[in-house]
Ligand binder design. Structure first.
Ligand code: TYD
Length: 132
């Protein structure tokens, strides 16, 4: 459910020369097999608009801010991300949409598996059927 989609703290190392965050090993909720990021996102754009059957993801605002709307078929929740050391864990079977991107924002995603189109549910009606 959306309640299983928790915020995860990514350890931060601070110095006079800035901050460094590292996502590794046992501090992570799953083994990371893929990293991807979206950027140059035009204002007003919406991304996401799908669910995954098995994939787990950690969504991080590496730069800027945006809103993630998660939906388990029964309830919805909106989470505002604007910190590079906080990740939103999105479990399988959750419809997600991402919008309200600030200019220059970067969506960094750590994923539990490689890209497989057959793991996507891209149609909301199919998602609702899948949840029954
Ligand atoms: P998609 O996951 O729909 O992006 P978003 O959720 O951010 O809107 O992916 C957009 C396109 O990129 C789609 O055609 C599939 C392709 N893609 C890959 O080829 N490999 C990947 O790892 C990802 C995430 C997407």
């Amino acid at each position: 459910s959306v309640e299983d989609c928790i915020l995860i703290n990514i350890p931060q190392i601070n110095s006079e020369a800035g901050r460094l965050s590292v996502a590794q090993g046992s501090k992570m909720p799953f083994d990371v097999k893929r990293v991807y990021y979206t950027y140059d996102i035009p204002s007003g754009a919406e991304r996401g608009g799908h669910a995954h059957k098995a994939l787990q993801q950690l969504i991080i605002a590496a730069s800027g801010s945006f809103e993630v709307i998660i939906d388990d078929g029964h309830s919805c929740k909106s989470i505002f991300l604007n910190k590079p050391n906080i990740g939103l864990l999105v479990k399988p079977g959750i419809w997600r949409e991402i919008n309200n991107f600030s200019s220059g924002s970067v969506v960094l995603v750590l994923a539990s598996d490689v890209y497989t189109e057959s793991d996507y549910i891209r149609n909301y009606e199919d998602f609702k059927l899948h949840k029954k």
